[in-house]
Write a protein that binds this ligand. Structure first.
Ligand code: NAD
Length: 493
């Protein structure tokens, strides 16, 4: 019999990675209260993690203030060397980190390993990028003066992260902030604190000074509220739902913090009838079902041009019906459990609504109201209409919605008729059309004939209510830096 998730994380090669205390000011802080972390596939409790009382926020902020003095004074190359060491340790511990991730988040191990590699990529990228935080020298607008612009660290950063990418969403923020010279206080999602604490363990081992990288575990509302009320915290970097992003933006506004946000998606996936069927089917499979559909980039509305519609539905259905659902620790699994029950319920609600409105269940459970706990059977809905819930709201689960369309203008209008603007996909054999359509889509990222385009060098981020600012790339430092203009006057001999 396969080991349970708890047995697996209790037998890590590097047992030091399994931490249950918060990491504050370089110390591992226990508290009286703990909260259970569960294997989402079985509900088995796998750890009990410290719940920091709200007073710990003051301790963390004071530690960050103290650490900031020396951290900002280091040369970018010196900070980069420490970050590189952290990135190396993350890569060296990939198996254990992936096991922890799968046990608390549920994604298949193969995807968890890929996430750890992705997480390390951001650390490597920003370890080098810190050295390229170039300022400017400007032609003076006053006689006998010289003017220049410096790029300086904004100060203490609060990073609030989601459970769907519990490692990569932390490193994408923290590595950039640290490279810019800022201390970071991370508040991970309650579902996935173990991954965050394992990263903290490796940060400590890499020699990052205490107070420079901290992880607070506990109830999100009070802890994040206190962080955002603290004037020394100068920036908020948030990834999560648009609803919570809006709430935290309001809290950050009271002390005018620098805010960057990666929020919800509702990606259109547009298939023109000249696209190659096999490539589109594989693309749709990856864009819809990666991370068991719990992905902000997931293809939520698959628009297929009428002439290819029937063939696409049949070929896609054949692939979807083969997807293997199971425990993430089982090497054969392609679709794991939803990380929390609310996501599974939302999938069932959207399926029921679509079916009631006339959509066809081509693959999936016929009894759409059945309650399979956190598991949702991969589902393919055809003949979906624009007014249905699934066409209007992010799904965040393994449910694919296919909608027919007739022409280019029509599909661009329908794709843009959303308040979300994170990612979009276009499949066509006509490159001119690919360029034209990608130009008109109101989205921060567009994949043309590809389902995968993320990585450290790209500016990740959304338009409209999908976010503010960019993560990764050379733009990723902007969320953690301020410009300082200096005017040197009276230079006449
Ligand atoms: P969520 O907004 O519920 O939670 C995100 C974080 O906010 C978690 O750490 C959570 O503990 C915290 N939080 C929740 N309620 C809070 C409150 N009242 N006060 C303070 N903190 C609070 O989102 P989620 O369900 O964890 O993640 C799914 C959402 O995240 C989806 O909409 C998805 O599209 C989005 N997402 C976006 C990106 C991106 O890069 N754009 C990446 C991953 C996920």
């Amino acid at each position: 019999m396969q080991m349970t998730a708890k047995a697996r994380i209790l037998s890590l090669s590097n047992s030091a990675l399994l931490r249950d205390a918060a990491y504050v000011g370089g110390d591992w802080l226990r508290s009286g209260e703990t909260a259970s972390v569960q294997d989402p596939a079985s509900g088995e409790p796998i750890a009990a993690v410290a719940q920091c009382p709200v007073e710990v926020v003051d301790i963390a902020v004071a530690a960050a203030q103290a650490a900031f003095v020396d951290w900002r004074a280091l040369l970018p190359r010196e900070r980069g060397a420490l970050l590189s060491r952290w990135g190396t340790l993350i890569r060296q511990n990939v198996e254990d980190l992936a096991t922890i991730l799968t046990c608390e988040q549920g994604k298949p191990l193969v995807e968890a390993r890929a996430e750890i590699a992705y997480a390390a990529e951001f650390v490597d990228w920003f370890a080098a990028e810190g050295e390229r935080a170039y300022g400017e020298t400007l032609p003076p607008h006053k006689r006998d003066s010289q003017i220049f612009v410096k790029v300086q660290p904004v100060g203490i950063v609060a990073a609030v992260t989601p459970w769907n990418f519990p490692c990569a969403m932390i490193t994408r923020k923290a590595a950039a902030a640290l490279a810019a010279g800022c201390p970071v206080i991370v508040k991970p999602a309650d579902e996935t604190p173990l991954s965050a604490l394992a990263l903290a363990q490796l940060a400590e081992q890499a020699g990052l000074p205490g107070g420079v990288f901290q992880v607070l575990t506990g109830e999100p509302g009070p802890l994040t509220g206190a962080l955002l009320a603290a004037p020394p915290v100068r920036a908020l970097s948030f990834t999560g739902s648009t609803r919570v992003g809006r709430l935290l933006s309001g809290q950050a506004a009271s002390s005018i913090k620098l805010v960057s946000m990666e929020l919800g998606g509702h990606a259109p996936f547009i298939v023109f009838d000249d696209a190659r069927l096999d490539s589109v089917v594989q693309g749709a499979l990856a864009a819809k079902f990666a991370t068991s559909g719990q992905d902000c980039l997931a293809a939520n509305r698959i628009y297929v041009q009428r002439r290819l519609y029937r063939d696409f539905v049949a070929a896609f259905a054949a692939e979807v019906s083969r997807l293997k659902v199971g425990h993430g620790l089982d090497p054969a699994t392609q679709i794991g459990p939803m990380t929390h029950a609310g996501i599974a319920q939302n999938c069932r609600r959207q399926i029921a609504d679509a079916v009631a409105g006339g959509a066809r269940v081509v693959v999936g459970e016929r009894d759409v109201m059945s309650d399979g706990g956190n598991f949702v059977s991969p589902t393919l809905l055809a003949d979906v209409a624009d007014g249905m819930l699934i066409s209007r709201e992010e799904t965040f689960g393994p449910v694919a919605a296919i909608l027919p369309f007739d022409d280019e203008d029509e599909v661009i209008g329908r794709a843009n008729a959303s308040e979300m603007g994170l990612a979009a996909y276009v499949y066509t054999d006509d490159l001119r059309r690919g360029m034209r359509v990608s130009d008109r889509l109101e989205y921060g990222m567009v994949g043309v004939n590809t389902p995968s385009f993320t990585g450290a060098p790209i500016p990740f981020g959304g338009w409209k209510q999908s976010g503010l600012g960019r993560e990764g790339s050379r733009h990723g430092l902007n969320a953690f830096t301020e410009l300082k203009y200096v005017c040197l006057g009276d230079l006449a001999a």
